[in-house]
Design a protein around this ligand. Structure first.
Ligand code: B4P
Length: 187
């Protein structure tokens, strides 16, 4: 299955994607994880991404698109994948459509995790205490939510119009949300 998981920062995309990808036996591809790994190792990509990431801004499309294009050529993604945190802009949607069309493929389902803003802010501030992620300060969280609302939330309409959008309530415990996703995907 070729699947996307979308939702605001802190909705639990990464948390849920780990389990869904295991259940479906497809790779979990998170652009956020790829950036963090590169920042940790201080690669050229990591240094480029950091300037945007730590302000709560999106990394430029040409950088992010290149990474995804390369990652989707790996053997493990031949029969499906779960993309987490990508696409986030209309340019990324169009780019993804193009690279999949070249292989006569398309996205089959898009999971949207819905959640209230105060809940995501609380989750991200808790993660800040536990993990010290540089983009989990109150100021940067506010910026990330604004960027999500203006650049990413409108993409959901595009997938709704394609009749592939599945909304799942992201409130509740990790296992409760996992149960709701499995029901929604019938897996
Ligand atoms: P991401 O890594 O995608 O980060 P996120 O939106 O914060 O995470 P997510 O929704 O996955 O939340 P999580 O499960 O971790 O992006 C970070 C940055 O990378 C972006 O701001 C941008 O700069 C850059 N970037 C990434 N992709 C890009 C793209 N395509 N284009 C441009 N730039 C891009 O959950 C959050 C917390 O909540 C965790 O601590 C978790 O333990 C907790 N949690 C999860 N589910 C819970 C539950 N049910 N109950 C209680 N707590 C829960």
């Amino acid at each position: 299955m070729r699947l996307l998981i979308m939702g605001p920062p802190g909705a639990g995309k990464g948390t849920q994607a780990v389990n869904i990808s295991k259940t479906l036996n497809i790779p979990h591809i998170s652009t956020g994880d790829i950036f963090r790994e590169n920042m940790k190792n201080e690669t050229a990509l990591g240094l480029e991404a950091k300037a945007f990431y730590d302000k709560g801004m999106y990394v430029p499309d040409e950088v992010t698109n290149r990474i995804v294009e390369d990652r989707l050529t790996w053997d493990d993604a031949k029969n499906g994948f779960l993309l987490d945190g990508y696409p986030r802009t209309i340019e990324q949607v169009n780019f993804l459509d193009q690279i999949l069309a070249q292989k006569s493929q398309k996205i089959e389902k898009v999971l949207e995790l819905t959640i209230d803003v105060p809940v995501v802010v609380a989750r991200l501030l808790k993660r800040a205490q536990e993990q010290g992620r540089i983009d989990d300060t109150k100021e940067v969280i506010t910026k990330r939510l604004e960027v999500y609302a203006s650049s990413t939330a409108p993409l959901l309409t595009e997938y709704k119009n394609r009749s592939i959008l599945i909304k799942v309530d992201g409130m509740g415990s990790v296992s409760e949300v996992e149960g709701k996703i499995k029901t929604a995907l019938s897996v």
